[in-house]
Design a protein around this ligand. Structure first.
Ligand SMILES: [Zn+2]
Length: 235
């Protein structure tokens, strides 16, 4: 009897991995490397792209076979379009972090909408059609306002406050203390210390048997069909 549950999990995981791949939510190259029943976690990076640091991060993720999710600031996309194209080519998920990192609140609904739609347009111009999930700056949207967005919204479950400490070891330790399977981890690829922290965390967690996937993959692997206007903070 004790063996039954793992077998059911294994079969369910296999079915979900196949379904996620079939839905086109996993890059073709990634289909083969989403085994069932593993510990999955999603790294997310906000506030880029940044010419001085994001390339080094992409190199490190590629070396380690890791896909992540990047929530980009619209007005920075034009400064480093090659980095954004590279993210897409290397299987990372790309999302929207507004045009100018504006907090999505207040009475100026038109401006809020423009912050999001202008970034979407910049991404479409560069990458073609696609759905670019939204991470609101500071994780904040006015109560109920999330329903007005036509993509899923993503918060996080692990926050090492890397922007505050600007210390790679401290940020890495904070993540390692709080992480568990299906965590969504928040980092900012605009700081060299955060890039270093991310790569240390990957090395450590891969040793512990963790697999790194995009947020979209993480939700899908958990049988969650992400819906527009809903907020997700873990898998
Ligand atoms: Zn931000």
């Amino acid at each position: 009897m004790r063996r039954k549950y793992p077998i059911v999990c294994l079969l369910l995981g296999l079915a979900l991995a196949a379904l996620c791949a079939a839905r086109g939510e996993v890059p073709a190259s990634a289909e083969a490397d989403l085994p069932a029943g593993e510990k999955y976690v999603a790294l997310t990076f906000d506030d880029g792209p940044n010419a001085a640091t994001t390339g080094r991060l992409l190199d490190g993720l590629k070396e380690r076979g890791v896909r992540a999710t990047f929530f980009l600031i619209g007005q920075k996309i034009g400064e480093s379009p090659e980095l954004v194209v590279r993210m897409a080519e290397e299987g990372h998920q790309i999302g929207n972090h507004t045009w100018s990192h504006r907090k999505l609140e207040g009475p100026c609904a038109g401006q809020v909408e423009e912050e999001v739609s202008r970034t979407e347009e910049a991404l479409r111009d560069l990458l073609g059609e696609g759905e670019f999930w939204l991470r609101p700056p500071y994780g904040y949207v006015s109560e109920g306002a999330e329903k007005s967005f036509d993509v899923p919204l993503v918060r996080w479950s692990v926050d090492p406050r890397d922007w505050e400490s600007r210390n790679a070891e401290q940020s890495a330790q904070a993540i390692l203390r709080d992480v568990k399977p299906n965590s969504i981890i928040l980092l900012h690829d605009i700081y060299p210390t955060s890039v270093e922290a991310a790569l240390r965390v990957v090395d450590r967690l891969q040793e512990e048997g963790y697999w790194f996937v995009t947020v979209e993959e993480l939700l899908c692997l958990n049988g969650i069909d992400a819906e527009p206007g809903s907020i997700y903070r873990e898998g």
